[in-house]
Design a protein around this ligand. Sequence first.
Ligand SMILES: Cc1cc2nc3c(=O)[nH]c(=O)nc-3n(C[C@H](O)[C@H](O)[C@H](O)COP(=O)(O)OP(=O)(O)OC[C@H]3O[C@@H](n4cnc5c(N)ncnc54)[C@H](O)[C@@H]3O)c2cc1C
Length: 448
Amino acid sequence: MSDSILIIGGGIAGINAALNAADYGCQVYLLDDTASIGGMMARLDKTFPTNDCSICIESPLMYRVDNHPNIEILTNCEVRRVNRNNGNFEIRLVKKARFVDADKCTGCGTCVEACPVSVPDELDGKIGGMRKLISIPFPQAVPNASIIDPRCRYGKMREQGACIGGCVVDCSQCRECPIALCVKACKDEGKDAVLLWQADKPMDIEVKSIIVCSGIKSYEPSTGTYGYNVYENVITNLQFERLMNAGGPTGGEIVRPSDKAHPKKIAWIQCVGRGDKELPYCSKVCCMITAKQVIITKEHDPSVETLVFYNDLKAYGKGFYDFHRKAVEGGTRYIKGKPFDIFEHPETKNLTIRFEDLDKGELMEEEVELLVLATGLIPSDRNKRLARVLGIELNEYGFFKEKEPLNAPLETNVDGVYLCGGATGPIDISESVVQASAASMKAVIARR
Ligand SMILES: Cc1cc2nc3c(=O)[nH]c(=O)nc-3n(C[C@H](O)[C@H](O)[C@H](O)COP(=O)(O)OP(=O)(O)OC[C@H]3O[C@@H](n4cnc5c(N)ncnc54)[C@H](O)[C@@H]3O)c2cc1C
């Protein structure tokens, strides 16, 4: 009988579940389908309710995972097939090609410097973030290795100036590339880690339990919602988080997209998207995300005027209401009212927000320089496929369904498959960590 555990999703929940089970002597596979573990927390600036630096907390845990003798990290990897045999799970994984040998790559970044093409970064593109076609996901990435955008390899970026643009040979047929600047830069460093001919590789493992930690996604409002994607200075709370972050595209400068000026008056609108088909529920954490963002904005520059339009306020966790009060006492104006119209001033690109002040019962307006839409959390877009492969159920919102929320939380309809963190629904970090400990203990006990 195998006593291994497969953990699917390497965010803060997966990391904690892996460390806990590994410390109890289990062999753990920690799998993520992106190029690094870390999940959403690796993208955040600071975290409520303590406002500690997010990556400063997560990075040492990522380092521990990377160096734990009982943990094997599988990034850029997908679960393709699962069979039950004699109480164990036989699993077919596919390690997608990263076109770089992660064991040889030291993360020196020479290949990234050599790459001539920059494209908008998936997450930060709207606020000016760019990445090269060969890139390292973020400075503290684990593994700390480059990955190549497959579009480059298949010649789809020729018109954008990719260095292998003129080549007519399919990269998978070549073992020596005389053209690619990243290959040359890596060889000049004496490493030879860039392998443009790498292919996807299947891998079979057998485990006793599976823990699903596939996390959450930040909801992207549809074009036109409060001027989103129409007016330049309307952004989401995730984009604002990236602006605040020293590791983000502006190096932590809170500047507005239109002219890169420091806005002196910023508004947040709560519950954006709530009631849309994809977001029919309250995401619990957005009120605290906004409280954090207004507090940090004032820490950056106390003279910035901050206002929050809200309808309901949720402060459900330990210390959360005090945290909200801290935002109010710091000078943020909370206005109970739902904006109904936004328009942009053609010259200044400022935004006028028309709203009904529900306390005063009056129609009013405010002009701001930057507008942040506090959107909610939705399930990972890969949940449907994962549920099908694992044979477990999703709830009506697309999160994984607990067997019995009261008596068997974190368990699923399949014995031996457990859940934790954002896979179960919108959640904050501390609750994800608590669930990760609980789910991993269920898996540890199940192997005995
Ligand atoms: C803008 C914003 C600000 C926030 N601020 C705070 C804060 O200050 N404090 C706080 O407590 N919380 C905050 N949160 C919430 C916090 O991000 C979550 O609680 C936390 O990330 C949940 O961790 P997780 O590991 O469950 O999921 P995630 O962090 O989402 O990690 C999930 C991982 O699973 C991987 N994955 C997904 N599907 C698959 C699959 N099928 N196969 C393989 N891998 C997969 C993903 O690539 C990802 O790496 C914030 C969220 C947002 C959006």
